[in-house]
Design a binder for this molecule. Structure first.
Ligand code: SF4
Length: 225
C-alpha cells in the first residue's frame, strides 16, 4: 500500500504541481474558511471571507462581539449563512472557553486531544476538524474528503463502506507523518476530484490511468503503474 500511495502522489504532483493550499493569510482565516466551505464552492467562501476582511472582523475577539445575525449577513455568499454563522459562533465560544481566545494556546494542545475537543463543537465533523489541525495548526494529520473516497473506491483500494477513520489510517500508517506531505497530498486529490475524477470520470486524461492506457475504473491500477 505504501508503494501505491507513493505512486499516486508522484503522479498527481507531476501532473498538477504544488497546489499552495490552503489559501488564507492567518491560521484564523484558515479556520473560518474550513467551517464556511462545508457544502459550498471555494469561490463563494472567498466572497464571504472578503466581506469579513473588508470590515476588519477576522479576529477571534471581533467575531466574538459581532451579533450572530450581522455575521450571517456578511457570510451570506457562502450559503447556509444562518447555520454557518451559528457554527462560527460555536467555534468562537469553544476557543474562548477552552483557550482564552488564543489560537497558539489551542494548537499547543496535544493533536489527538484537540481533535477530540473540536469534534465536540457543534457543526465540526472529522473533515473540518482535520482541515483545521493540518492547515491552520500545521499538525501531521491526513484530511479525508469525498474526492479521496471516490478515487480510492474507483480503484478498488477501499470498499464503499470503509469509514473515515479507516481511510485516514490507510494514509497515516503507510506514509511518514509529515505536515507538508499531507498538505500537498490532500490538495492534489482535491484538484483531481474537481477537474478529472468527477462524478463522470475523465479517465482518458487522468494522470492515474495506467501505462497501458487501461482506464477501466474498476481495475486496481497498482500493478500496472
Ligand atoms: S483513472 Fe479514472 S477513476 Fe481513476 S482517478 Fe483517474 S478519473 Fe478517477
Amino acid at each position: 500500500m505504501l508503494r501505491i500511495l507513493a505512486l499516486i502522489y508522484k503522479r498527481l504532483f507531476e501532473a498538477f504541481g504544488p497546489r499552495h493550499w490552503w489559501p488564507g493569510e492567518t491560521p484564523f482565516e484558515v479556520i473560518i474558511g474550513a467551517i464556511l466551505t462545508q457544502n459550498t464552492a471555494w469561490t463563494n467562501v472567498e466572497k464571504a471571507i472578503n466581506n469579513l476582511k473588508s470590515q476588519d472582523l477576522l479576529t477571534p475577539e471581533r467575531l466574538k462581539h459581532l451579533p450572530e445575525d450581522e455575521l450571517a449577513e456578511l457570510i451570506r455568499p457562502a450559503g447556509y449563512y444562518n447555520l454557518k454563522a451559528n457554527r462560527l459562533k460555536e467555534f468562537i465560544k469553544f476557543l474562548f472557553s477552552h483557550y482564552a481566545g488564543d489560537l497558539n494556546q489551542m494548537f499547543n494542545q496535544d493533536m489527538w486531544e484537540l481533535r477530540r475537543e473540536l469534534l465536540g463543537v457543534k457543526g465540526i465533523g472529522p473533515e473540518t476538524a482535520d482541515s483545521i489541525l493540518l492547515y491552520a495548526g500545521q499538525k501531521p494529520i491526513f484530511v479525508v474528503d469525498a474526492y479521496t473516497r471516490r478515487m480510492l473506491t474507483r480503484h478498488n483500494l477501499i470498499e464503499k463502506k470503509t469509514s473515515y477513520t479507516q481511510i485516514q489510517d490507510l494514509f497515516m500508517t503507510n506514509l511518514k507523518q509529515d505536515v507538508q506531505l499531507y498538505n500537498e497530498y490532500h490538495a492534489l486529490i482535491v484538484q483531481l476530484g474537481k477537474e478529472i475524477c468527477k462524478s463522470k470520470p475523465k479517465c482518458d486524461i487522468c494522470p492515474l490511468k495506467n501505462n497501458s492506457g487501461y482506464t477501466n475504473i474498476n481495475y486496481p491500477f497498482a500493478p500496472k503503474i
